[in-house]
Write a protein that binds this ligand. Structure first.
Ligand code: ADP
Ligand code: MG
Length: 347
């Protein structure tokens, strides 16, 4: 009967558990960049610098001037399910931060050589922790202005099967730039810079007034878009929609310049897509796509952000109401502008 014995249940060791979690949140450099940028934003950074080498596959680092991490908390920040952002079930119902799962840093550290260097604003010394494939070295003192730098080198060096799924450095770079554009478009007061192999490729200065915000929109979505977009602001029953709505006449063959944020979080959502498509339905051919950068704000209790490991999806508690608010607001704006604007079509 020996061969019919039930297999024993064993606890996964921490590194393996993190590597499994990494399968969900660490697909490629761009997914790491998204997580690191979100951490910097959650830390209240006003200036964020990204360094890339080899499209982020050889090196990807994010440097910020946020609140920093206490030296004694550095090892904890790299542990699974350790977070400073939620502590109770009530917190989870009213998430105000981009992160909350406590998964990104340990997952990234399990598949790379990661260095966490940070100085809390209240401290006069920085500390550094190096982790290789999930194995942490000893904490060492270091020098740095207040803030945090996360340096991720040799992505997937210990999981070659995953490295094979990465594309060329140029292709990975372009995905990183897309992530940066997506985040920069929702965080105007924060300055961003992206440097690849020592060359500054993207720079978004702080944008705190209408003019500088418009300049950032133009830098990301094109001068043409800005000249063919309406700025809208609408509020109703605790829902607020603002942003730039592209005129139907300024459309594209691909729906790749569509940015929609829910409480500052870029999301893909079928309810939102449906409402937008329906709003443009009468004024746009089926195979053409509008451009927009729209921001929906609602009380955090009305949306569940904890439905997707990479937090790219949300679930609205009252999706019908949200759908109708978006649809009616946008359709009215589109109808009112009545085609008085210049008619330009871009490929
Ligand atoms: P989460 O963001 O879900 O909390 P992470 O694994 O991304 O989980 O980060 C773990 C913790 O490390 C965070 O909760 C935060 O306390 C700290 N942390 C990470 N990055 C930064 C940063 N750039 N500045 C300050 N604290 C950070
Ligand atoms: Mg995070």
């Amino acid at each position: 009967m020996a061969n019919e014995q039930a297999p024993r249940v064993q606890r996964l060791d921490a590194t393996l558990a993190n590597q499994i979690a990494a399968g969900e949140v660490v697909e490629r450099p761009a997914s790491i960049l998204k997580e690191l940028l979100e951490n910097s934003l959650d830390a209240g950074a006003t200036r964020i610098t990204i360094h890339l080498e080899g499209g982020g596959m050889d090196l990807l680092s994010v440097e910020d001037d946020g609140v920093g991490i206490l030296a004694e908390d550095l090892p904890l920040a790299l542990e699974r399910h350790a977070t400073s952002k939620v502590a109770t079930w009530e917190d989870l119902q009213a998430i105000q931060t981009m992160g909350f799962r406590g998964e990104a840093l340990p997952a990234i550290a399990s598949v790379s050589r990661l260095e966490l260097l940070s100085r809390a604003r209240s401290q006069n010394q920085a500390a550094r922790l190096q982790v290789t494939g999930g194995m942490a070295a000893a904490l060492e003192p270091a020098a740095r202005a207040p803030g945090t730098t996360v340096r991720v080198a040799d992505l997937f060096f210990n999981v070659p099967a995953r490295r094979k799924f990465l594309r060329s450095p140029a292709a990975e770079l372009s995905r990183n730039q897309k992530v940066l554009r997506q985040i920069a478009l929702a965080n105007f007061p924060v300055a961003f810079q992206l440097i690849q192999n020592g060359r500054s490729l993207v720079q978004f200065p702080t944008a705190t007034d209408a003019e500088s915000r418009a300049a950032r929109v133009a830098a990301i979505m094109g001068e043409g878009f800005l000249a063919n977009a309406l700025y809208i602001e609408q509020e109703d029953h605790g829902l607020s929609l603002s942003g730039w709505l592209g005129l139907p006449t300024y459309n594209r063959a691909r729906g790749d310049e569509q940015y929609f944020y829910v409480n500052g979080r870029p999301v893909r959502d079928p309810v939102v897509s449906h409402a937008l498509r329906a709003a443009y339905n009468d004024v746009l051919f089926q195979d053409r796509h509008p451009l927009y950068a729209l921001y929906l704000e609602l009380p955090p209790g009305r949306v569940d952000v904890n439905v997707h490991p990479a937090k790219a999806e949300v679930r609205f508690r009252d999706s019908r109401e949200i759908h109708d608010f978006l649809f009616h607001t946008l359709r009215r704006v589109i109808a009112e502008q009545g085609g008085a604007q210049p008619r330009v079509t871009v490929p």
